[in-house]
Design a protein around this ligand. Structure first.
Ligand code: ATP
Length: 350
């Protein structure tokens, strides 16, 4: 019997609510599989943990993450808990950087046309690859000099980080519609011209995959006008941060957007959303993004049986979404977080 060790980090705000439903679905999958179990270990992390013990990412949590087979994370950060420089606690970014989880993989799929604010006659099914370890976020730990009249952040692009990101995006496209689009600003920023040069080199390694480029401003336009033109998009950290929220918006919002932060040895799976303080504690957060993140985790684990479990989760979510009235308030319904998780888990067990 194979056992995978999963670290669970519920974190802040709605994190605990949505992770509870992700775990419920994972346990339902486990009960349907014959040769696979999951050992789950919950660890403290987040702005709440900082308030309690002074460190948003304790060393014991970090060590457990490194030793795990995969990590399931809820959401981190609270708007009123900040570092002295004014930025929010973001241990999920520290995890990405420390474990070199260089590929931020964000699948964007429309499960029901009623979820989209767009008039859609075709489906929406694309994947955004966000560089996770550098870009404009490379400046995030700079200290802000007191009384400064000017503050500069710089955008870092390294050959190493770019090559591994692009290869991951092209490999993913090989399993899909074989098309990768680089989103950049190569017409303005030298770092982005360098990014594009490396992209073109890596594209040459994948002759069976079509490669093209779109400037980031045009990418925002096309995502709204004709998202079907995209298969796999790959981009810089900050551009990816912004475009993944926009892309989530066209398929129903943050509650429908899962993600995986994937490196060569470790991976964190989490909904793309934050801790959503405006709805925290109300029991109405949409847990589907987290449940789909559990499916991504099952797909990533090195086991055929786990991949079978992933397919079961995707099918159960599809069935849940067949009726658009069956939804949490963000999608116009009146179901709670828990009712949604219970429905999907029960469907899966049938
Ligand atoms: P971060 O910067 O950490 O990503 P954020 O402050 O940009 O976080 P989110 O916490 O992702 O924003 O929330 C953005 C909006 O989406 C909020 O209005 C929030 O209520 C909504 N939202 C986020 N997650 C969910 C969810 N699971 N279900 C319903 N609504 C959600």
């Amino acid at each position: 019997m194979k056992c995978f060790h999963i670290v669970v980090l519920p974190g802040d705000g709605i994190g605990a609510d949505v992770v509870a439903e992700g775990v419920r679905v994972l346990r339902a999958v486990e009960s349907k599989l014959t040769n696979l179990t999951f050992q789950l270990a919950e660890h403290p992390c987040g702005a709440g943990e900082y308030l309690k013990n002074g460190d948003p990412l304790p060393a014991s949590t970090m060590q457990a993450c490194r030793q795990s087979d995969a990590i399931l994370l809820g959401a981190m950060g609270l708007p009123n808990v900040r570092w002295p420089g004014g930025t929010e606690m973001a241990p999920q970014l520290d995890l990405r950087e420390e474990m070199e989880l260089y590929a931020g993989v964000r699948p964007i799929r429309l499960y029901h046309p009623a979820h989209s604010p767009l008039k859609v006659s075709e489906g929406i099914d694309l994947v955004l690859y966000r560089e996770n370890t550098e870009g404009l976020f490379a400046s995030r730990k700079n200290t802000r000099p007191t009384g400064a009249t000017e503050v500069i952040d710089s955008l870092r692009v390294s050959r190493r980080a770019s090559e591994r990101l692009f290869r991951a995006a092209f490999r993913h496209a090989q399993r899909r519609r074989k098309h990768v689009t680089l989103v950049d600003k190569a017409n303005v920023l030298p770092s982005m011209a360098f990014f594009r040069e490396i992209f073109n080199e890596i594209a040459a390694e994948f002759p069976g995959v079509c490669a093209d480029h779109v400037y980031v401003d045009a990418a925002a336009l096309y995502l709204v006008q004709h998202p079907q033109r995209f298969d796999v998009l790959v981009t810089e950290n900050m551009f990816g941060d912004i475009l993944s929220d926009l892309a989530a918006g066209i398929v129903g919002g943050m509650g429908m957007a899962p993600s995986g932060d994937i490196g060569d040895h470790n991976a964190v799976f989490q909904p793309s959303h934050g801790s959503a303080p405006d709805i925290a504690g109300k029991g109405i957060a949409n847990p589907i993004a987290t449940i789909l993140s559990v499916a991504m985790m099952l797909e990533w684990l090195p086991s055929e049986e786990a991949r079978r479990g992933a397919a079961m989760v995707y099918s159960a979510v599809e069935r849940f979404c067949e009726d658009p009235d069956r939804a949490t308030p963000d999608l116009g319904g009146s179901m709670t977080t828990q009712q949604t998780g219970e429905w999907i888990a029960a469907d899966l067990m049938r």
